[in-house]
Design a protein around this ligand. Structure first.
Ligand code: FE
Length: 204
């Protein structure tokens, strides 16, 4: 453990003690939240995407109220910031970033990947989104507008990607299986180029 991790762990322990002492939270509530986050994974978001591709009513609910759409599938958002869903279209591609820190739709995607938290991604997603996308192998036509959306402590965002051609007749499980974490943040599109995250965002 390096010095930074030691300091962070000590700070975390101190904040927990104060919150519990002041009656803001209980130990059980903290344990419950940790357990919920550990259970979450991109498979949950992928299920929402697949259902949205198949069912127009569910797609409408996704875009209208992401929190409700998640909870309809038994994915509990309660206590976490509300979830918004951004729809990619033939003319608009959404890219999600937390410029400040690492705000991520944890309830539906699990823990944020290390590259999402990296200073390089947080800065470059805003400064040069097309450059970042190109490095992920996501090459968009010039007429597609790239919209960069800031994920914050007040609102978490995920992307509803476009359903790829060649998936006609697939069922929900087949569709969910091709939706990756990066597709729901917007760095990649389903069936796009393979992830090259390790070479692009080396761990500090
Ligand atoms: Fe953040």
């Amino acid at each position: 453990m390096n010095l930074l991790e030691t300091d962070s762990a000590a700070l975390l322990a101190a904040v927990r003690r104060v919150l519990i002492a002041k009656g803001v939270l209980t130990d059980a509530e903290i344990a419950d939240r940790i357990a919920k986050t550990e259970q979450a994974s991109p498979a949950l978001g992928a299920r929402m995407v697949a259902k949205g591709w198949l069912e127009p009513d569910y797609r409408a609910l996704l875009l209208e109220d992401g929190t409700k759409a998640a909870e309809t599938l038994g994915i509990m958002i309660r206590g976490a910031p509300p979830l918004g869903v951004l729809e990619n279209t033939p003319l608009v591609h959404n890219l999600v970033v937390c410029t400040l820190c690492s705000c991520y739709p944890r309830a539906v995607l699990g823990y944020p990947p290390f590259w999402f938290k990296s200073a390089a991604y947080r800065a470059r997603a805003v400064r040069d989104p097309r450059g970042v996308l190109a490095e992920w192998g996501t090459l968009l036509p010039d007429n597609v507008r790239v919209r960069v959306v800031d994920s914050t402590a007040d609102y978490r965002w995920m992307v509803l990607p476009q359903r790829p051609a060649g998936t006609e007749g697939w069922d929900e499980a087949q569709l969910a299986a091709i939706v990756r974490e990066g597709d729901m943040i917007g760095v990649t599109v389903p069936d796009g180029a393979r992830l090259r995250e390790k070479t692009l965002y080396p761990e500090r």
